[in-house]
Design a protein. Sequence first.
Length: 79
Amino acid sequence: MSTFLSKDVLAGLEDAHKIGMKKKNRFCVEFNKTRYPVIVLKQSGFSLEAEIAPEIRGLVDLYDGNKHLLQCLIVASKE
């Protein structure tokens, strides 16, 4: 049995995973009065989707739905 998956299948699985994470996760970051969904939230930081979020630097607000949790200072980001 082969475990090889084509690039198209892998891309489809990755897109489905991103969509599922967005629906499941209610956290978002607000920057310049625009909210961006958080894909992964960890103790050491968070991840945003690179295609929809600009290179954000500065003070941002982290929300759980409409509840303000905290402010974060982003000094560097990478893809």
